[in-house]
Design a protein around this ligand. Structure first.
Ligand code: UDP
Length: 219
């Protein structure tokens, strides 16, 4: 895994997160005036997130532009960030989050969410916690963490994919999706292994942010 922040000069906050062969880059703009105006909330800020896969992120060339899958992923990232960012502290404002997947080998929504949360922190937004996100699952009889595309598509063993996002210091789950079938007991095990993975990601996120702010304070 690799994590770094402050990678895009022209954004208020930015980050890159790589896990295996999946890599996401996030840029955060704001808080700024809400556009379009009708989305404005008098008592809190709003987050608008766009997720996109770069054409060269997959062997088949991803079609440019936002499709239904991209919209859904943008929504789940927004929902998770809504729990992490203290939006009540910035009424009538908007935070734009743009996430681009530069390399995809499954788990892109999780890598994107982790990158987006680091970019929010890099932008100096008030937050309850960082989000650490990873997908778990089941391949045959094995409970696994961070499935690859090949593992996800392993139909003979009826693979199950469970993207998860955590606020580690609050012990809260902010993203939980399920693709496939799973028993209640196995889901519990997948969430446990997800929490363990998220704890490692969380440490990496904090290290990346500390590195950036220590360097900045030296200059
Ligand atoms: N994928 C692809 N082309 C697409 C969309 C997805 O090759 O247009 C691949 C990519 O590797 C992605 C994986 O399918 O990571 C799984 O996609 P899914 O929708 O399950 O979301 P993700 O696991 O990336 O969050």
């Amino acid at each position: 895994m690799e994590a770094e922040t402050g990678i895009i000069e022209n954004a208020n906050g930015s980050a890159r997160f790589k896990i295996g062969k999946t890599e996401a880059i996030a840029a955060v703009y704001g808080p700024s005036e809400v556009k379009p105006k009708h989305l404005e909330k008098v008592d809190r800020g709003i987050i608008l997130c766009k997720y996109d896969m770069m054409p060269f992120s997959v062997p088949d060339r991803a079609k440019p532009g936002i499709d239904r899958r991209d919209m859904e992923i943008g929504e789940v990232i927004t929902n998770a960030l809504n729990r992490a960012v203290l939006l009540e502290e910035m009424p009538r404002s908007m935070i734009a989050v743009n996430v681009y997947v530069s390399q995809a080998d499954a788990g892109t929504r999780c890598a994107s969410l982790t990158a987006a949360s680091m970019a929010c922190a890099d932008a100096g937004l008030p937050m309850r916690d960082l989000v650490a996100s990873v997908a778990g699952g089941k391949i045959g009889d094995s409970i696994c963490l961070d499935l690859t595309k090949e593992e996800e598509d392993f139909h003979e063993a009826a693979a199950t994919d469970v993207p998860m996002g955590f606020l580690p210091s609050k012990n809260e789950i902010v993203l939980l999706q399920l693709d496939g079938k799973v028993t209640r007991e196995d889901l519990r095990k997948i969430i446990e292994i997800g929490k363990m993975g998220a704890a490692r990601i969380y440490e990496l996120e904090k290290k990346a942010l500390k590195r950036r702010f220590l360097n900045e304070s030296k200059t």
